[in-house]
Write a protein that binds this ligand. Sequence first.
Ligand code: SF4
Ligand code: SF4
Length: 473
Amino acid sequence: MNEDLRIFAQYIAPALNIRYRFVGEEPTDYITNQYNTAMKKILPNIAGIQVIEIPRLETGGKVISATAVRECYKNKDFSAMSDLVSQITLDHDRNKKQLGSVPIVQPGEWKHYQDSKIVICVKNSFHEVYNELIHKYQCKKENIMSSHEWICGLLKEGKIKLRPRAVSLEACTLCQLDCPYCYMRTGDFGTMGKGYLKYEDFQDFVEKNPYINRIEISNNGEVFLNPDLGKILLLANEKNVKIQIGSGTNFNTVSDEILELLVKTQVSFITVAIDGASQEIYSIYRRKGDFDKVISNIKKLNEHKKKYNSKYPILQWQYILMPHNECDVEKASIMAKELGMNIFYKYECVQGKFDPQDRSKLERITGLKYFSLEEYNAHHDRVYGSEFCYETIFSPRINFDGRLLGCCMIWNEDFGINVFEEGLVSALNSERYLKMIQLLLGIERSREQLGDIPCFHCGQCGRSIENQDFLYL
Ligand code: SF4
Ligand code: SF4
């Protein structure tokens, strides 16, 4: 297991410039769970790769997984299985012979299954399995579906509900800096408004949703300006809810008490936005920011990590590539290493242009091939940042006052529903929110049926219905 991860970290990840590894949460299968645990332990440390565990969809308090279905099948517990699979699959499984997870169906027997639908739950070898079913077993094309189609069908029929294990709950929309392209500040805080998450609301939310085990608290402002942050961190720790500050902080204003609490309460990771390696360059974009203060706060945090012998929070240095800060890229990468931080680079998305003066040097330092939004989009089928859309399903964004936003791109409108008042599951399964999910998954494609949903106004990474650019589960 460790050797496998070492090879991935040493050879595969650098060659493909992999910074994140997404895995499905595995609460039922011991070996897969161990592998996930090893990944989370090893990859951030030896290669600075962030492992993001995506919570499973659940129904009736049970996670939907192939392992859970196999276990039910092994025990012939079709009643428990009925919560996890569709009726058609259930009927099929009740009758079939099975070797592992592959049904053995002799061509002569196939007539019994001709009207059954078959769900292929593997993604990598989907076509292999599909062809086998068509050619060897003469299955009808229309009877075969992918797990994606199956889940979409269940969602459409209302047989399962969105109930993620993670959310993003904005701690604070206020900020002391004045970055020129910050849409919250240039757009007068959109409809999100100015404010911060109150401890009482956080407490109420955590108590009412005990299945939530991870909360991202940064979004469109500066987390550390929330005066209730200390109490929020302590409560999350007490309730075993992992806190992360992954969307970013400018880290200019953090008290010593909070720095220590970040370690004591085991915040998972923090992304610090530093677009330069000196005050002169840093403050061109992070206007009103104090570079030395940021570095000093990182050093203090590292002291606390040492004192408590803790790996957490894992620290990431986010560097937005812009023409004025090309000169500091190398120095920043060296500083990040010295500070025990993984540095990663982002494209500036408002101007969207950057043509480096020394491309080969920048390629060598950053490991990137493209350096701007414009370049990236010209070479990829999907636009930069299109993975944000997954947040709507796996970690939906909520404003500090409870209003449901969906994803990090939605700041100038909302769904007109309040999670603190309506409840999380009810808000996520409300009509308009589900319409958006149906659009993103390609379930509903008629604009008339979908009505007015935020994705149609998403300037940066709206998924295109025309190009059939949908999320794949
Ligand atoms: S630090 Fe972030 S939130 Fe603050 S002004 Fe800059 S971009 Fe906006
Ligand atoms: S299309 Fe835009 S608004 Fe819709 S989920 Fe994706 S990022 Fe968010």
